[in-house]
Every structure is written in structure tokens, then in C-alpha cells.
Design a protein around this ligand. Sequence first.
Ligand code: SF4
Ligand code: SF4
Length: 495
Amino acid sequence: MSDKISRRNFLKVVAGSGVLGFGVMATGCKGKPSGGEGWVSGQYEGKGDFPVNLKGRVAISKLNPSIERDDEKCILCGQCVDACKNVMGVYGNFPLPLKQEVACVHCGQCVMQCPSGAITEKSHVQKVLDAIDDDTKHVVVQTAPATKVSLGEEFGMPQGTSIGKKMVGALKAAGFDSVFDTCFAADLTIMEEAAEFVHRLTEKKDEIPHLTSCCPGWVKYCEYFYPELMHNLSTCKSPQNMLGATIKSFYANKVGIDPANIVNVSIMPCTAKKFEIAREELQVDDQRDMDFVLTTRELAVLLKKKGINLNNVPDEEYDSVLGESTGAGRIFGATGGVTEAAVRTAYYFATGTNPPADLLSWTPVRGMKAVKEATASIPGVGSVNIAVCHGLENARKLLDGVKANGSKWQFIEFMACPGGCIGGGGQPKAMDAIGAKQKRIEAIYKEDVVSEKRCSHDNGEIQFVYKNFFGKPLSEKAEKYLHTTFVDRHSRLFD
Ligand code: SF4
Ligand code: SF4
């Protein structure tokens, strides 16, 4: 043995020789090692079960609203570190010791990579079951596009099976009072965001490039690492929260229910949505937009607790008037989908006519390439250069380039998770993760092609809600309920 010994080798020797056991006895600790819970030797005191590749793990605050870890299950394999650092560009990108808070954008990619199931989402299942059982509450649920092509996997269906209407049937059987569609809200988001983008292009050029804001993991990343670009973020709330605010205002008024008695639940592919609903900014008239988020996996748990097998429930329709959606709203679940949907309606806003066929199947923004680039030619506006980026480490590289050299794009879509929402941290886990993402994406684009309406502005229920409540995109009322602000979080990590 050399004079110098690494900590890892020292611990191996200690564990292998039983010296630790002697040490514990000698200090009178009766088997409880010093160093506190989670200390290496406390977890691996047994001979022979020392990890071969001891790589550490990400820190998770007890206050994290999205994820938690069961220390007893952690094998210190370091796969969460790999995901957080190499895919999400978070770990390793802030100084230590930590300054004010444990850095996390709540994406849940560490959950997807953790081989022992030590990291999980913070469950809202029991809270939702309690709300359903509370007769004084009117419990409303909404379903995100990516969950409609993945929930079936939890019930043994092939990857990429579209089960939207079955999910509605299952949610009604589970006791939810109304079932609405986040795809409707995606259409609503596009109405606001396309109007905002055209306005920025023509009158507020200092807010170009326009950065999308529907991914809460990406938004928090921007707030941590690129606060100087926060004024470029679209002020649109995410579809989840747009629908939440619409339910507690327009819908509550329509059905005559006190919004204080409405419980808004969403079914999301995403763990960051649990963080998002807790944001201070996301409440109107003293009502939180949203109350609970169930990931796709949690919904499967809830349905199984209720004895509901998705394979055996009948198809049912979404409730009206917040249940209609177009193909544009459905493709939000895939990387590039928000861009494609926004361009369809921006074209309409600028020209008064629907976009040509090539913009209805805009392949340059589709697929799994890290950064996709495309140019849309919109009469009256000109050529619009666009980038689509997924995975936050990719975002870091792209934005460092923008900071150094300026932006060659007028519109940039960011999604935290690889593949977009279909690859979210709340989705079913698959041995063949890449294949599963591919099949979910194919299913989403198939739904778009067979949709009777492909553009958000053609959604009849969207037109109804504007006519009877919001007035028009970017109206005072729309700004109040559908738009938000952001928080500079840079100083929580950096001096
Ligand atoms: S949720 Fe995302 S940002 Fe947070 S620790 Fe896990 S991988 Fe890192
Ligand atoms: S991936 Fe899971 S098991 Fe591995 S170190 Fe991280 S928390 Fe522990």
C-alpha cells in the first residue's frame, strides 16, 4: 500500500477488514456510526457490499416540492449526478459551498435515472383522494398531452398507445367532478403567445429573441443562470396554469361555484409542475391557479388504488367548454411542438389566412436533434429564424453563444427534458427509454394529422371563451389571468 491512500480506498479497506465494526464498538455507539444519516460508512458497513463506483449523489433539500430521496435505498451509484450535470447542466455549474439554497430545477431526470428507486416524486396521491372524498369540494382535473400517449404503459399497453378518451373514462370513474383538457389550454397559450410574439417582432424588438415559457424546469433554469434574459421570456403562463386560472374564474362563474371550493388537479408528465404550482406569482384574486399535480406514474397508482384498470374502462369525452383541442394543442408534448403550433397561429394573425401545408407538417423543428433550426416565411412579417432546444445542458451551450455573439434567432423554444414533455421526469420508466420517447412522439404527431382542426385559433371553444370572457388575446383580462412574472434567483447560488 502506498503512503497516500484515497478516501474511497481507505473506506474499502475499513469495510473489508471489519475495522469499522471495531471502531463502532470502541466508541460505544452501539452500531450507529458517527457522521449522521447518509454517511458513507453507515450505509455500507457490511462486508462485500461496498459500491464499485462510488460517485456521490445530488443534494435534495427537504423543502424540494417536487422530489425526495429515501436514503435507505440509495446505493451511491452517481447516476443522478450524471443526469443533473450532463443532461440538465445544473450540478457542477454553481459554486460550493452552497450559498442560499440547494440548486434544483425540479426536472425529475434524476428520478428517471435512479436505478434503485431511491429518488421519487413527492406524492400528491393521498391529498387528491382526500379531495375527491370531500363532498364540499368540486374537484376538477386536466390532462396534459404527453400523458395521453404514455399512461397506457403503466397498464401493460404498448408504448405509444393513445388513450386520451380512456383516461377521461378512468378519471370520471375515479370520482373527479369535471375532466378538462390541458390541450385546450395549449391552444389558449398559443393564442396569447403568438399574439405576443407578433407584437414583439413588430413593436418591442428589445424583447427578441422571444423565449418560450411553458416549461417550468427551463424557466427556473433561466432565473438561476440567465436572469439577464428573463425579459425575453414569454409572459404567458404554462397551459397548466392558464387552465387553472380559467377554471377558478370563467368556469366557476359559469357553474356558480365559489372558486374557494374548487380543487384543481392536473395530470402531468413532469415533476417540475409541482414546483410551478407553488410559485407565489401563480395566483389571482387570492386563489392559487392549481392545487395538486399528479405525475403520469402517480395517476396509475391512484387508479390502481381505486381498482380501475385502464384496459377495461370505456372511452368518454372531455367536458365542455374547456375540453376541445386542436392538433396544434396536442403536439405541445413533443420537442418542437410549441414552436410549430405558435408558427401556425402567428401566420394566421399576420396574414388572416391559415398557413400553407409545409407549415402544418414542419419537419425541421421535429425530431431528437439537440438544437434544431428553421426559418418560417410569414408574409408581412418576413423571415423568422427559429431554434428549438431540449435538455438544459444544450440550453446552456446555446445561451452562452447568444450571450457572446447575439442571437441569430427571433424565437427559441426550450424544453428541460430530452424529447420535451414526453420524456418528462414524471413519465413511466422504460428499459428502452429512447425507443419509448420515439413511439410517444410518433403517437402525438399521428393525433395531429387526424385532427379535424390543426390550428389553435380554429378551436371553437377557444373562440367561445374569448367571446364570453377574455375578449381578445393580450386584453387586460387575459393579462390578469393568463400572464405572469419571473423571479431573479441568481443571487441564491452566486455572489
Ligand atoms: S430534479 Fe433535475 S435539477 Fe433537481 S436534482 Fe434532479 S436532475 Fe438535478
Ligand atoms: S441515482 Fe439514486 S441510487 Fe444512485 S446515487 Fe443517486 S439517489 Fe442514490
